[in-house]
Design a protein around this ligand. Structure first.
Ligand SMILES: [Zn+2]
Length: 63
């Protein structure tokens, strides 16, 4: 149950604004975690693509 940061009023879940004072409620914890996980996933994809490009692009005969 999300609690308002401004008036400490407990609010029903899926509520975007506080029912008491109307201020926006903090994002749900699991939603933020999911977003972070998605960002990390795309970071890994980008890193993999970068490494693949570097393997092909960098000259091999120098080593
Ligand atoms: Zn409030």
């Amino acid at each position: 149950m999300p609690t308002c940061l401004y008036c400490q009023q407990p609010n029903p879940p899926q509520e975007a604004e506080c029912s008491n004072c109307g201020m926006p409620l903090p994002a749900l914890a699991d939603t933020a975690g999911e977003r972070r996980q998605k960002r990390f996933f795309w970071f890994c994809i980008g890193l993999t693509v970068f490494c693949a490009v570097m393997i092909v692009w960098l000259p091999r005969h120098l080593f």
